[in-house]
Ligand binder design. Structure first.
Ligand code: FE2
Length: 364
């Protein structure tokens, strides 16, 4: 398999080696994590001394009335995870209080190998505090820049609040698992591992639907950034959660050079979103303030704004123009700092924290 990343791992590997990690005959370093995620471990974490406000910032509670029933609204609470510039959303039906959580994050401290749950604990507290009953923990994709908190939140919601939420992701996660099982030589780590997505509760097919209270969502496969990217669309409230398919119009689009990614496929997926009505609100997976800009981090824009102003695909940019721009730009990007721990946990471990993390040497 040809991997598109250029090797840039030497600094990280020397860091791990200096911390007495082990190495096996297949040139894989190991970094220990905690055997179980538990709050008592987090008390000792370097993250535990940091206030949750410094890690996760709730910005706005937005309300979107249903076209079919104006007395009901879809409530969207948005949280900005500062360690990874990720937007996490709690999305709920105002009438039934049923909810879903989109893309929650754990913290990870690379030098110590410690997991932090401060942000995830805040998401749980917010959800319970607002009286919500979480039905789904929906990932937009297997993230490469942070470790998902979905499995942790699922476990705590059930154990402490009696809420049984389903952990869901796009069915093409199987392709991501196959790619990275090879990169991590995962059979050595988990001999019984089968890349079939069975660690998740639900694998969304393109066109699948589900309800959050009185609101119906549909799953729109939007591959390109990764093969398994999904956008969750609610036509009744004119809202969608696109993850890394399309960012705020001032920032553009996500990279498409991860293994299994494709600039041309991403362009085609973006066109599916841009074909929706202009008054639909797109909630994005990340925001980064463009160089020189003084603006705040932004969670959303409208499809109309994206069509007109998106710096990468707006104003009628052609497919060829986009592919050239995206490919050139991606060639200059480095591997995300948390790619190896993130993809290992998010894809191969279905969000559960293993006792140790593998660092493959010279594979990327
Ligand atoms: Fe991503």
């Amino acid at each position: 398999m040809t991997l598109l990343f250029r090797s840039s791992g030497f600094r990280r590997i020397s860091l791990f080696a200096a911390r007495n990690c082990s190495i096996d005959s297949a040139s894989r370093f190991f970094i220990p994590t905690f055997p179980h995620i538990h709050r008592r471990f987090v008390q000792k974490s370097s993250f535990s001394s940091t206030s949750s406000a410094a890690l996760l910032q709730m910005t706005t509670l937005r309300s979107f009335p249903a076209k079919s029933n104006p007395s009901a609204s879809l409530q969207v609470s948005e949280y900005f995870h500062k360690q990874s510039n990720t937007w996490t959303f709690i999305v709920a039906c105002s009438e039934t209080k049923e909810a879903m959580i989109v893309d929650p994050c754990l913290e990870f401290d690379v030098p110590s190998g410690r997991i932090g749950t401060t942000s995830a604990d805040q998401i749980i507290a917010s959800s319970i505090g607002m009286g919500y009953r979480v039905k789904y923990l929906n990932e937009t994709h297997a993230h490469a820049d942070h470790i998902t908190a979905s499995a942790y939140i699922k476990e705590r919601l059930l154990a402490e609040h009696g809420v049984a939420a389903s952990y869901a992701i796009g069915e093409r996660i199987v392709e991501v698992q196959k790619i990275f099982a090879d990169v991590f030589d995962w059979k050595k780590e988990s001999p019984s591992f089968v890349p079939d997505g069975s660690g998740f509760d639900k694998l969304w097919k393109d066109g699948d639907t589900f309800s959050i209270g009185n609101f119906q969502f549909r799953c729109l496969h939007t591959p390109g950034h990764t093969p398994a990217c999904v956008t969750y669309v609610c036509d009744d409230a004119k809202v969608m959660f696109g993850g890394d398919t399309l960012f705020h119009d001032t920032f553009g689009t996500a990279r498409a050079d991860f293994p299994g990614g494709s600039a041309s496929t991403l362009y085609d997926s973006i066109q599916k979103l841009l074909a929706l009505p202009g008054d639909f609100t797109l909630f994005v997976g990340h925001d980064y303030v463009p160089g020189g800009s003084q603006r705040e981090f932004l969670s959303c824009s409208t499809i109309g704004e994206e069509r007109e102003k998106n710096v990468h695909v707006g104003a009628g940019k052609t497919r060829e123009e986009y592919i050239k721009m995206r490919t050139t730009r991606d060639a200059g990007l480095s591997v995300p700092n948390l790619l190896l721990p993130s993809i290992q946990v998010n894809a191969l471990c279905s969000g559960k924290i293993p006792q140790r993390l593998v660092i493959p040497v010279n594979k990327l």
